[in-house]
Write a protein that binds this ligand. Structure first.
Ligand code: MSP
Length: 513
């Protein structure tokens, strides 16, 4: 079995400041990357910025800056988002970098060499907001304007253009979807893509001549490459393409592209077609997640309801924000962000459930069991039951994450915390203490330490800082904070001194207005 794992976010347009939609996609990738690293995989986690195209060109002009100066500035905001959200990306790519020009030019030449690209004239509709071409049949007339399904306004474009022979790849694409049932997820999205491809594909315009902010077409300088051909290539640029050894060989076959549902067509139709046409394998999986609305409304600048990740982190805490985003909505569905829901989740699951378990166990050990990991005696049926649930939890979480079911993975972890809370209630160490059943009391406390260790390890990918604090609280050594040490292999060592407990998951109290 391959122990490589390559995960990518979309590269973000630099016309905007980062908001929670951007943070969401990258967060999902971060959790997968962290989980796989803890599971012993060689991981590469890539994010970055998409800096060419008409949309960015216009945004730069509106800011009164040159496109290069503008992209240098705005790209930095996305880099900062990574530290604000504690993302563990291994690379940050910008499409204005020389390594990327080299890769895109190479891919272009490869397509030309194979006669996949030809020169013609484009006359049709284009939406700058989506950087997408649309057929007349896809558009709606609204107040004399042509509106794309995404809501973006289209303009008529007529210019000489290079075309990619997309129509030729229709059958090969359908075969690829058929032979790789998991290559587009969730399955409802896969079905959408298949019916789009079955409805017939037109050749795709892949160059523009009416502005010049892009990668010049080799040998035809008045053309610049279509921004999506340019942007999609970032995924292989970062692996060293056109060098096919090294990371291209090891990591490319495992590639998972995480995207919002808005850009699925580019990733699940155009991108695999470009790759196959250049004789490269298509990605292993494209996962399309849903969109966030804010208190029931679409997030938009004009409504003034755009939420910056920094604001959430400042208000609720970093790990609270990370937890909520992946916990609240089944991944793949649309979700609504509400402050009330955020507070309810954080209080009920992090503070009450997990926080209580920690507080009750660790304070009790501190006061009544010598402030060290207790020595267990013979285990009883109830102890075995909780230990079995601990052993199973990692497998369940792993299975869920392999299907990008973050909410179910978290449910499993919360379920384990619930069981540990029920266990402490039913075994009542305080009563054992009162009755002087010290061996039994120590056994119960040891099992609880093991539950806390399992929970801490499982939460490391989701809420890294807090999970490390949980592991600090039961003195788990640094080199045992991985999944090889989960279960018996890394069991808590009786007699290890434990630090005085400090609260890790404070309750969020709403300040009076
Ligand atoms: N530059 C292209 C992607 C090129 S990838 C080769 C692009 N960029 S974008 O800045 O518009 O970012 C799009 C991504 O941000 C979406 O696909 C989605 O992942 C995320 N989101 C933007 N708004 C969102 C919400 N309101 N909710 C959830 N995610 C959203 O498209």
């Amino acid at each position: 079995m391959s122990k490589n794992f390559y995960i990518t976010t979309p590269i973000y347009y630099v016309n905007d400041v980062p908001h929670i939609g951007h943070a969401y996609t990258t967060l999902a990738c971060d959790v997968l990357a962290r989980f796989k690293r803890l599971d012993g995989f060689n991981v590469k986690f890539l994010t970055g910025t998409d800096e060419h195209g008409q949309k960015v060109d216009k945004a730069a002009a509106a800011a009164g800056m040159s496109p290069q100066a503008f992209t240098d500035k705005v790209s930095q905001n996305f880099r900062e988002l990574c530290s604000v959200m504690n993302f563990s990306n291994d690379d940050f790519i910008r499409t204005t970098e020389p390594r990327h020009y080299k890769a895109v030019e190479n891919l272009w030449n490869e397509l030309v060499k194979r006669d996949e690209i030809y020169l013609d004239k484009y006359a049709g509709w284009y939406a700058v907001r989506d950087e997408a071409f649309y057929g007349e049949d896809e558009l709606q007339d609204v107040d004399g304007k042509k509106i794309a399904p995404s809501g973006a306004e289209c303009e008529w474009v007529e210019e000489e253009s290079y075309f990619f022979r997309l129509s030729k790849w229709q059958d090969r694409l359908l075969k690829y979807y058929d032979e790789n049932p998991d290559c587009i997820m969730p399955s409802s999205r896969r079905n959408e893509v298949i019916s789009f491809v079955k409805s017939g594909l037109r050749d795709l315009s892949v160059s523009r001549t009416t502005f010049n902010w892009g990668v010049p077409v080799p040998g035809a300088d008045k053309h610049i490459m279509y921004v999506w051909l340019d942007a999609l290539t970032n995924y292989i640029t970062a692996l060293g393409y056109p060098n096919m050894d090294g990371e291209m060989k090891d990591l490319w076959p495992t590639a998972i592209h995480m995207v919002g549902k808005d850009i699925l067509r580019f990733h699940a139709v155009y991108w695999p077609a470009f790759l196959m046409a250049a004789d490269l394998p298509p990605p292993a999986r494209v996962f399309a997640h849903g969109w966030w609305t804010i208190e029931g409304q679409k997030m938009s600048k004009s409504l003034g309801n755009v939420i910056a990740p920094q604001y959430l982190v400042d208000t609720y805490g970093l790990d609270q924000t990370r937890y909520f985003m992946l916990r609240e909505v089944p991944f793949g569905n649309d979700g609504d962000f509400s402050h009330a829901q955020m507070i309810a989740r954080v209080n009920s699951e992090l503070s009450n459930n997990l926080g209580n378990l920690l507080q009750r166990t660790l304070s009790f050990i501190q006061k009544n069991a010598g402030a060290t990991v207790p020595h267990p005696a013979q285990l009883q049926a109830n102890d075995q039951l909780l230990m079995t649930q601990i052993d199973m939890a990692i497998r369940t979480v792993r299975d869920h994450l392999d299907k990008q079911e973050f909410h179910k993975a978290i449910e499993t972890i919360v379920g384990l915390s619930n069981s540990a809370n029920s266990y402490i209630d039913s075994e009542a160490p305080w009563t054992l203490k009162k009755n002087n059943e010290i061996d039994r009391m120590n056994t119960v406390l040891f099992i609880l330490c093991e539950a806390i260790r399992a929970l801490g390890l499982l939460l490391l990918p989701f809420i890294p800082d807090s999970a490390h604090k949980m592991l600090d609280a039961i003195a788990v050594p640094e080199n045992q904070r991985n999944f090889a040490a989960y279960g018996r292999a890394g069991e808590c060592k009786p007699g290890t001194p434990l630090p005085p407990p400090a609260p890790i998951f404070p309750r969020f109290e709403e300040k009076a207005a």
